[in-house]
Design a protein around this ligand. Structure first.
Ligand code: PRP
Length: 215
């Protein structure tokens, strides 16, 4: 296997649900990612024919790898970008993994004296309720957020809604949409200057593929 050189573009790819859509978009952009990579457990994947290296990261960590420059660019959801607030360039809206960030509760929700909001996104939730002029206690959870109003930990949650199936199956309703989410291409500030031609070329290819997709 060939060693990546200094100019190899290191790409932090989010493992899981975004990866399949991102690799599909790369292929549509003419970048030949072998299909057997979609299910690999390998964490660093060399793609010598594209002069790229994929770093398979937990989605929430993608901005960290890019900010520190161990990845030149990365693909990450707008939800993670808003929550993590890292010093990276946002280059392109890839239009994939569409969903939204919402305030969710039980249908009979009523304001309480000590409102509590559970979420995986404490910074997003705190900022939203501050802007609304509402004082709430934000409780950080790491998953299955919809449990919180069902078992009385919190009266509302701030979470991602994609198909709405989790809400429907648990008898919850969307009360407000905070912002729409899609995946974005981000870049390290130094890499963006040092590997500009390469990054710009990738942006152009992806942009063309997105434009074709949108018809
Ligand atoms: C996410 C999110 C919701 C669900 C929304 O959870 O936190 O629970 O997906 O998707 P839906 O609208 O299509 O039902 P995820 O599957 O990432 O797992 P988690 O609960 O462990 O965060």
């Amino acid at each position: 296997m060939s060693q990546p050189n200094m100019n190899t573009l290191k790409v932090a790819m989010p493992k899981g649900r975004i990866y399949k859509q991102a690799s599909k978009l790369f292929r549509e952009a003419g970048l030949p990612i072998p299909s057997d990579f979609d299910d690999t457990r390998k964490l660093v994947i060399e793609l010598p024919e594209m002069d790229m290296e994929f770093i398979m990261a937990k989605p929430v960590d993608v901005p960290t790898y890019v900010e520190y420059g161990v990845a030149d660019i990365g693909i990450v959801g707008k939800d993670v970008l808003m929550e993590e607030n890292k010093d990276v360039f946002e280059l392109l809206d890839l239009g994939i993994a569409k969903c939204r960030m919402s305030v969710i509760g039980l249908p009979d929700w009523a304001p309480s004296i000590h409102p509590r909001v559970a979420t995986k996104y404490p910074n997003v939730a705190s900022q939203y309720f501050r802007e609304q002029g509402q004082q709430v206690e934000v409780i950080k959870l790491n998953g299955s957020i919809e449990l919180a109003p069902l078992i009385g930990l919190a009266d509302r949650i701030v979470d991602m809604v994609e198909t709405g199936q989790t809400l429907r199956e648990n008898g919850l309703v969307e009360m407000e949409t905070i912002f729409g989410i899609t995946s974005r291409l981000i870049a390290n500030r130094v890499s963006y200057r040092m590997k500009n031609a390469k990054i710009q070329n990738l942006c152009d290819l992806l942009h063309a593929a997105i434009t074709v997709q949108r018809g």
